[in-house]
Design a protein around this ligand. Structure first.
Ligand code: NAD
Length: 352
């Protein structure tokens, strides 16, 4: 049965399963909070629906509960960190705590994080930085079955490689741009497939490289045992951006790039390059604050285009979703809820 659950109930249900899968109560709580926050933010693709996959990844040996980041190199303004296959929701936060402290101290920090298990919503990390008045840029690759086709190609060769830019705005909520370089996130295709929906033109190619509207082509193996693929956003430009994420998030971090046939592993590893800047140390803070605010106000004055009621700033849809879902609860489709219940059962945890 589809479920609508409060964030509080969902957090405690997920934490129980994560604890049974080997996490300390503190880790289980932090991972559960992060997943539920993704649902609250409107990104069900990166919410509690990932939990069954995490449980499988622990069993597979690709995700190590209670791991911490290891510092491989530290020259003050540059940090190279190894996530040691820990929960991304844990090692990602540890990495950001180290990086933001350095940016506060020196004015900037370039931080690499390799071998983190799935980092979830990358915007979470930019929100940590903007809360401290820092600009934060993230380039991420995904080591998992390659689900995105290169521009001009006919099969999946890389992941949904997200990119994120957070910019603090004086006296206002930050600009928080956080997106997959695929036309849509893979998890959104899982959600659409679970709901039995079709998707618009231009999102997908099937297992033979032909355009399709069936999200199932990237969720379940097709007749020939192969999967279809997602397209990148913005045609050749999105493809270029996705490639930059692979080169920066995968090659530069030391985490590695994807260049092998697909496998059926449940483990998802992310590599992330983060660039942090403290505007206070640049000496441009007054004009930064004034000019950024003036530009945002200028955008808001644009008359609504056809089909829109107003111009939004990146980050606003997520904040609006949080208000609505805290109030109304989080709706989970039948298949997603069933998978969570089954993941609990595997761990000897009964949830209802
Ligand atoms: P999306 O397409 O829903 O939104 C992308 C961005 O656009 C957000 O910053 C949002 O605030 C902004 N936005 C949306 N509507 C807007 C509007 N009308 N006006 C102005 N701005 C608007 O996001 P997505 O590409 O589906 O990505 C979803 C999430 O998936 C992200 O949090 C991303 O980090 C995450 N992700 C993670 C991984 C991973 O491996 N960890 C991989 C891919 C994606």
């Amino acid at each position: 049965m589809p479920q609508t659950l409060s964030a509080t109930v969902l957090r405690s249900q997920c934490a129980r399963i994560l604890e049974a899968a080997g996490s300390t109560p503190a880790e289980a709580g932090q991972v559960a909070d992060n997943l539920v926050l993704a649902n609250l933010s409107g990104h069900d693709s990166h919410g509690v629906g990932m939990l069954p996959r995490y449980v499988d990844a622990v069993a597979e040996g690709g995700l190590t509960p209670n791991a911490s980041v290891k510092v491989n190199a530290d020259i003050g303004t540059m940090l190279a960190l190894d996530g040691q296959h820990g929960y991304g929701q844990i090692v990602g936060v540890q990495a950001m705590e180290l990086g933001t402290a350095r940016a506060k101290q020196h004015g900037s920090c370039i931080m690499t994080l390799s071998a983190a298990h799935h980092l979830g919503r990358i915007g979470h990390f930019a929100e940590m930085a903007t809360a401290q008045g820092l600009v934060s840029m993230h380039f991420v690759n995904v080591l998992s079955r390659p689900v995105v086709a290169p521009w001009g190609g006919g099969d999946g060769r890389f992941g949904t490689n997200p990119c994120c830019i957070g910019i603090p705005l004086a006296g206002a909520e930050p600009f928080l741009l956080d997106f997959a370089t695929s036309r849509v996130a893979q998890g959104k295709m899982r959600v659409a497939h679970n709901k039995g929906e079709r998707v618009p033109d231009g999102y997908l190619i099937d297992e033979r490289g032909a355009p399709t509207n069936d999200p199932g082509v990237v969720v379940v193996p097709q007749g020939n045992g192969l999967f279809g693929a997602l397209m990148t956003f913005g045609e050749h430009k999105g493809y270029g951006m996705a490639m930059a994420c692979e080169l920066l998030g995968g090659a530069l971090t030391g985490g590695g790039t994807w260049h092998r046939p697909a496998d059926a592993a449940r483990t998802v590893l992310n590599g992330m390059l983060t660039v942090l800047i403290d505007p206070a140390k640049l000496g441009t803070q007054a004009s930064f604050a004034q000019e950024a605010t003036a530009f945002v106000d200028w955008l808001r004055q644009s008359p609504p285009g056809a089909g829109f009621d107003h111009v939004q700033i990146a980050g606003e849809p997520e904040r609006a979703a949080r208000v609505a879902r805290e109030r109304d609860g989080i709706w989970l489709d039948d298949a997603t809820w069933g998978e969570i219940v089954a993941a609990g059962a595997k761990m000897g945890v009964t949830i209802a």
